[in-house]
Design a protein. Structure first.
Length: 355
């Protein structure tokens, strides 16, 4: 007997798998219409108004059965006993099975990274997975309490499940390749606002940056991390919209030896989890020319922030650190500063500073 029931369950499940949602909905609507028509013929006037019938049909067919509405005529009772309840129960079981199957499918897709994110817009994409470093990057991003609320999409090529399934801010996509155009469309590469490339090795990081640099929108900022500094020079020859970073362990070790505490300064500047942090702010395009000294005093007085320097593009390749006070700052320049929290463009009175 258990074998028979198991085979029967598998047979039912197979039929549910083959049914589309359109077929299930049409079958339920047809059953509702037939039931209503027969009750109307049976002169069950108390049950045939739209709102009452929908309530009565749902409660009765799902076997909840409050009993506040029921047929009173003999024909009406035969309709309920032979048409509504038997066929309705079957359809209700199919509906529950299809719903459970769909929910399981959606959860599985989210876990395995098969979901399509082509609809995403102004999101952050992180290419690459590292057991410890990737989690830290996401923690640092989310720790910025005044950041623009963007979705984070983690894209990997490894065979793995969603490592941040419980984090509502992080989506997950598993790609066959970081350079395949169709796969990049699936993560909406052309509409991403910020991108981090942290591949399994420098070669993957290099090819990914080279591939996507011409696929992103003009205002998208790309950050790529390398271990080999020669790869940085090679990439910058071809991609001017990529900001490259490399391991600076030797420099930090020497600086810590010569100036004790330097490594702690680096940690404080980079981490948004505690203490003052380095941020950047683009000057609006409608602003007039200003002096660095005016900005320096304003930021320190109003926001307790210290201006470090001025960059002229997102990659900051020609940044002027600690410029003189009479240094001219123009619209479109990017200010780099240290502060306890981010200063938003809308919070600065730019007109008063240009006077």
């Amino acid at each position: 007997m258990p074998v028979i029931f198991k085979r029967l369950a598998l047979l039912v499940r197979a039929h549910i798998d083959q049914l589309s949602w359109q077929a299930v909905v049409l079958a339920i609507l047809a059953h509702m219409l037939v039931t209503w028509g027969l009750l109307f013929i049976a002169n069950e006037q108390a049950l045939t108004s739209f709102t009452t019938f929908f309530y009565y049909y749902t409660v009765t067919t799902s076997t909840v059965g409050y009993g506040d509405f029921s047929p009173t005529s003999e024909l009406g009772r035969w309709v309920v006993a032979l048409i509504q309840i038997p066929f309705g129960l079957a359809l209700f079981g199919v509906l529950l099975g299809k719903t459970g199957q769909t929910v399981t499918y959606l959860i599985r897709r989210a876990m395995t990274g098969d979901k399509n994110f082509a609809h995403s817009n102004n999101h952050i994409i992180i290419f690459g997975w590292h057991d410890t470093r990737t989690k830290k990057m996401i923690d640092y991003i989310l720790a910025d309490t005044k950041r623009t609320d963007r979705r984070i999409l983690l894209a990997v090529t490894e065979q793995m499940d969603h490592p941040f399934l419980t984090n509502e801010n992080v989506d997950f996509a598993r790609l066959t390749s970081f350079t395949d155009l169709e796969e990049l469309k699936r993560v909406a590469i052309s509409r991403a606002d910020k991108i981090i490339i942290d591949g399994q090795d420098d070669d993957q990081t290099f090819t990914t940056a080279l591939r996507i640099s011409r696929l992103v929108k003009d205002e998208c900022h790309i950050s790529a991390h390398f271990l080999d500094e020669t790869k940085v020079d090679m990439l910058l020859e071809h991609c001017q919209n990529v900001e490259c970073s490399s391991a600076k362990s030797a420099e930090i070790l020497v600086r810590s030896m010569q100036d004790p505490g330097s490594s702690r300064v680096q940690e404080e500047l980079l981490s948004t989890l505690h203490g003052d942090t380095q941020f950047s702010l683009a000057i609006p395009s409608e602003c007039e020319e200003m002096e660095f000294g005016t900005l320096f005093h304003h930021f320190k007085h109003d926001y307790n922030a210290i201006l470090l320097g001025v960059a002229h593009n997102l990659s900051a390749q020609n940044m002027d650190l600690n410029p003189p006070l009479d240094y001219k700052v123009s619209a479109g320049d990017i200010l780099h500063y240290i502060a306890l929290e981010r200063v938003l463009t809308s919070e600065v009175d730019w007109q008063s500073l240009a006077k």
